[in-house]
Design a protein around this ligand. Structure first.
Ligand SMILES: [Zn+2]
Length: 415
């Protein structure tokens, strides 16, 4: 069965070029042809997509499927049982698909929910994006993941935590071995604190270089890339030198950090939309005043540093870190708007971070662009986000989502 989508603005995401009056032919699960509507080959069904834009399925490179209207570590870990977190993940997977996300990387879960979701979705038991999964965020005592005050937990791990706390290089290796045994695609760790944990702020270094290096060595040996939460200045440099594959957040990125990331040839996932939301909307969502104030101080500097990183040639990948009350699931759409509004990227440059570049860095090698031979993960948007990026966040603009050539969400134009 061959389906042609015609008369659309097509963004193949192979570069910044757009095909006006473009068309796409899908042959069962695969894209078989991309070009101008005038040249479309013979097909079985044709859908007129006038006024629409056709893009590759979106990729959220920094997702947490279990985050659902949570405000802090307490609501993530202590207020909800693991069973509820699994239900939240299933609900969120469908939400993300409805918004055009056909692939995600989950960078921190409880239990083994992300791997379970990955397998359930790929088996067709649940609707959702394809998932590259990690397990808990590997952390250290006094680090990002040691979230509860010492009078509640003193060097004791909460059984169903979002994080796993290790000590020393061998502890790091042990955790990686366990995560690989349990089926992860990626290993997630942290090298700095976060505004999210008042006990370990964003500018504090946490995991030692020895621990990071052992973690990366063990993961690399087992063919698993490492995503590292690194907000503080030194953590970015240490993580890059230790061998991680992506730096998450990079708030206090400076010139030495940019050089370290360039030398390592790795990517940054800046999650700018989340920090902008904390700064602009945190107070109305009950985020403590000191966290809002801290983000107001950092988020514009952060944006400037990320722009310098982009200009230096560092690959940016769009990830949302969404699911918090202040920044709901699907924040990846907001994320790319932030790249246009704060980084002054063109809409096409911003879209590449959520399609081609995110897919390639995360490891969805068959997706991310609209080219003959690629998997037919396709989003049809009403309007033109390459002209006005905010089209993406307009309610109802994500008109149809095809996953592997099948309609997964919305309706085809004219149907
Ligand atoms: Zn995160």
């Amino acid at each position: 069965m061959k389906l042609a989508l015609i008369n659309a603005t097509v963004f193949p995401a192979t570069g910044e070029d757009v095909i006006e009056a473009g068309a796409l032919v899908i042959d069962s699960a695969t894209i078989s042809w991309v070009g101008h509507t005038d040249d479309v080959p013979q097909v079985d069904t044709t859908v007129d997509c006038a006024g629409k834009t056709i893009l590759p399925g979106f990729v959220d490179a920094h997702a947490h499927l279990i985050y659902d209207d949570v405000s802090d570590p307490y609501t993530i870990e202590l207020s909800r049982p693991l069973e509820r977190a699994a239900v939240d993940a299933a609900v969120n997977a469908k939400r993300l698909l409805d918004l055009g996300f056909t692939s995600i990387r989950d960078v921190g879960t409880r239990g083994n929910i992300a791997v379970t979701m990955r397998d359930a979705i790929s088996a067709g038991h649940l609707p959702g994006p394809r998932v590259k999964a990690s397990k808990q965020i590997i952390s250290v005592w006094g680090g990002l993941g040691d979230m509860h005050p010492t009078h509640i937990f003193k060097r004791e791990q909460y059984a169903a935590a979002l994080t796993e706390i290790i000590s020393g290089p061998w502890g790091a290796r042990d955790a990686v071995r366990q995560h690989v045994k349990d089926g992860v695609d990626w290993v997630k760790c942290e090298a700095s604190g976060t505004g999210f944990n008042p006990l370990c702020p964003a500018d504090r270094d946490t995991m030692s270089f020895e621990e990071l290096q052992a973690l990366c060595d063990e993961a690399t040996e087992k063919g698993r890339p490492v995503a590292c939460h690194a907000e503080s200045r030194n953590s970015i440099i240490k993580a890059a030198k230790a061998g991680v594959t992506t730096i998450e957040h990079a708030i206090y990125l400076d010139d030495e950090g940019i050089q370290a990331v360039l030398d390592a040839g790795i990517a940054i996932c800046p999650t700018l939309g989340l920090y902008t939301a904390f700064a602009k909307k945190g107070a109305e969502f009950g985020i403590p005043a000191e966290i809002v104030a801290a983000h107001n101080v950092t988020h514009e500097k952060h944006a400037k540093a990320i722009r310098r990183a982009y200009d230096a040639g560092i690959t940016l990948i769009a990830g949302s870190d969404s699911g918090l009350s202040v920044f709901p699931q699907g924040g990846g759409l907001e994320e790319v708007c932030t790249y246009v509004e704060l980084l002054e990227l063109t809409p096409a440059q911003a879209m590449l971070t959520m399609t081609r570049d995110a897919a390639s860095v995360v490891g969805f090698d068959d997706a991310g662009t609209l080219e003959a031979g690629r998997r037919a993960d396709v989003v049809i948007v009403d309007g033109d986000p390459l002209d006005d990026i905010r089209t993406l966040t307009r309610p109802g603009s994500i008109e149809a989502v095809l996953q592997g050539g099948s309609l997964a969400a919305g309706v085809l134009p004219g149907a």
